[in-house]
Design a protein around this ligand. Sequence first.
Ligand code: NAD
Length: 429
Amino acid sequence: MRIAVIGLGYVGLCSGVGLALKGNEVVGVATTEEKAALINGGKIPIYEEALEESLKACLKGNSFRATSGLASAVASSSATFICVGTPSASDGSIDLAQMKSASESVGAALKKTGEYHVVVVKSTVIPGTTEDEIVPILERQSGKKSRKHFGVAMNPEFLREGKALSDFLHPDRVVVGTGDKKAAEMLRKVYADFGAPIIETGIREAEMIKYASNAFLATKISFINELGNLCKKLGIDTYKVAEGMGLDKRIGKHFLQAGIGWGGSCFPKDVKALIAKSREEGARMKIMEDVVDVNASQRKLVIEMLKKKVPLGGKKIAILGIAFKPGTDDMREAPAIDIIKHLQAEGALVQAYDPKAGDNARRLLLDVNCHASARDALKGADACLILTDWPEFAELTDKDFALMKNKIIIEGRRILDPKKVGGYEGICW
Ligand code: NAD
C-alpha cells in the first residue's frame, strides 16, 4: 500500500520506516526540506536503536522517502498516518495546534484525490478529539464527507522510545478505532502480518485506550516508588519485593523498578491531559492526581537526600544520565531537568554526562558542563547523582568514583553494581 506519514519525529519516523519494512511504499512528510533531505541522505535527527540502519535499507530499496510536500504525499497515497506532536498546553490539556494544522493540510490535499483514502490518527489525542475536531476540519477542507468519500481511524501507538522500531514492528496489540468498515478493512490489511491481535473499537475507545494504558503504567511506577520509600525506612529490599510481586501474572514485573520516577514525552503530558479532561467533565481522577504528586516528590527527595550530605552552594555535582530513560536522547520532562535546575538555583555547579542526550542538554539547560564520559563528569565532584540507568553505568567501579573530591553517590535508578562500587545510597534502597 502507498502510505503517507505526516510528522517525522520519534513515532512518525519509526512508523514510516516500520511500514516500509513491512512492504509498503511510504512517503514521510517533514516540516522542512532540510529535514527531508537529511533523512533522504540516510541520517536521522534523533537517536533511536536500529533506526538509521533500517532507514538506509528502506531508502536503498525505494520503499521510503521523505519530502516536505504534504499535498502530493497525501494525494499519491491510499492512507495517511498523522504522527505529529500533541504537547501539553499551559493548563495541562493537550495543545492541538500541530494536529489541527496537519489536518487542514491533509483535508486540502484530500480535495484533489479521486480514490478512497483513510486518514489515520496515530498521535495521542484526548477522547473526542478525532470526531469533534479532526473530522470536521478534514470535511471542511476537503469538501467531502467522512465515511462516504474518505475514512477516518484512530490507531494509537504504544512504542517505547529506545526500542521504538522493534516495538512498532512487534506490538502486543494493534488498536483500530473506527466505526467505518472500509477504513477498518484497510488497516487490517496494513497490520495483517504484524503477528499481534487487532482490536477493533470505536474512535473514542481507541483514544481512551492509549490514555488509560499510559495512566496505568504511570500509576504502577508511582505505586512502587511510594512503596520503595517505605521499604527503605524498614530496611527492606524494594527490588526483591517487586520481583516477588511481579511473578504474579495479574501484576506483571514491568514498571516496578523503584526510583526517581517517570518522565519523557508521553506519561507526563498524557496523565496531565487526562486529569484536565476529567476536571472539565466534573469526574475528577484523584488517584491520577496523587500519581503526579508522588512522581514530583521523588525528584525533591533525591535533592533532600543530597543536601543532608553536602551543602549545595558552590559545590560541583556530577550528574550521570540526563535522558528520561536509557536508549534515547529524548530529554522531554526528564527528571534530570528539574533536578539540575534545582541544584543550580541553590548555587551548585553541574557537570554532567549522558551517552546520547549531551547535545540536547547543551541546548536545553543553561550552564551545564556536559562531558564526554562519566569519568570526566566525576573528576573533582563533591557528589554524584545517577539519574538514568544507562547500562554503561553498571560498569563503573570504585576506581572511577575515586576521581571525585568526595565520594558521595546517590542513585536515582538502581544501576550500580555493588560488587564494583561501595558506599553509595539509593533513593528507595
Ligand atoms: P515529536 O515531537 O518527536 O514528532 C512530531 C513531529 O511532527 C515533529 O518533528 C514536528 O516537526 C512534526 N510535524 C508537526 N506538524 C507537522 C506537519 N504539519 N507536517 C509535517 N510534520 C509535522 O513527537 P513524537 O514523540 O513522535 O510523538 C508524536 C505523537 O505520538 C504524540 O501525540 C505522542 O503523544 C504520540 N506518542 C509518542 C510516543 C513516544 O514514545 N514518543 C509513543 C506513543 C505515542
